[in-house]
Design a protein around this ligand. Sequence first.
Ligand SMILES: NC(=O)c1ccc[n+]([C@@H]2O[C@H](COP(=O)([O-])OP(=O)(O)OC[C@H]3O[C@@H](n4cnc5c(N)ncnc54)[C@H](OP(=O)(O)O)[C@@H]3O)[C@@H](O)[C@H]2O)c1
Length: 280
Amino acid sequence: MSTSEKKLTDKKIGVIGVGTIGGTLVETLIRNGVVSPDQFIGSTSQKETAKEVSEKYHIEATADNERVVEETDIVILAVEPKTIEGVLDETSSNFRPDHLVISVAAGITTKFIESKIDKQVPVVRTMPNTAIRVKNGATVMVAGKHAVESDLRVTEQIFKPVGIVEEVRDESLMDPITGFSGSGPAYGYLIIESLIEAGVRVGLPRDRATNLAAQSLLGAAKMVLETGEHPAKLKDMVTTPAGVTVDAVMKLEEGGIRVAFFNAIEEAARKSERLKLDSE
Ligand SMILES: NC(=O)c1ccc[n+]([C@@H]2O[C@H](COP(=O)([O-])OP(=O)(O)OC[C@H]3O[C@@H](n4cnc5c(N)ncnc54)[C@H](OP(=O)(O)O)[C@@H]3O)[C@@H](O)[C@H]2O)c1
């Protein structure tokens, strides 16, 4: 039976790099009963941090990446992009064709990973975001050359319990996606932070401003996702003629909010492209 045909509960999952995103994934999957702690083996660069990881998440953890690959069926690559090449050089010969490699690393192409591994191992490249912690992540995935439909479904089984999962066929889209939804929570926090400061400025207590700002954005996001209406139409519903909201919207437009987002996402996509590691 190939790795992909088995249920997730039958699999040993290696997480190379149990840092911010790797740790969030481990913690959330365990907390929600998707994966049990004894299915995971995590690794970090140092024995000391491996011990911390083991104590924090109650999983086996090591600084030995070769062991992680050898003893698992699915290997999640969650180290920084600059570390990926070294990790793959170190573990290349430990992979089996029935492994599934899932990468969350920004800018690392499936072609690059495939070129570094001795065998023809299926690779799925993903771009999740940190909101997986509260089961509202947005993950995009793309299949590498040797990955088949069932590999994508296994990847979906990992990321779907912690948010939405979208699939793209064109891997070049992963660069803009990295700076779009991968970095997305940061843009949301910036808006919430700005709203809180603005609320405090007009006299709201900070804690109340925080709750109201975050809940307003959560509500707006849910309205877009659940009604399927265009955001402009939903905005029109809040903007009474000659009312309060339209004046505020005018000030935001005056401040160049749309152009600021165009520029920000364009810059993030460019940076992502610059970080790219391909096999050519
Ligand atoms: N953070 C995000 O919002 C986000 C979103 C989507 C994708 N990503 C991607 O996720 C990856 C990790 O990012 P992060 O923010 O989670 O980074 P991070 O917090 O710095 O975590 C990196 C982890 O990798 C470990 N590590 C470093 N060198 C290693 C090695 N040679 N072998 C095994 N483990 C090693 C580190 O262990 P030590 O502590 O011992 O050094 C640490 O646990 C990146 O490729 C990034 O592009 C991040």
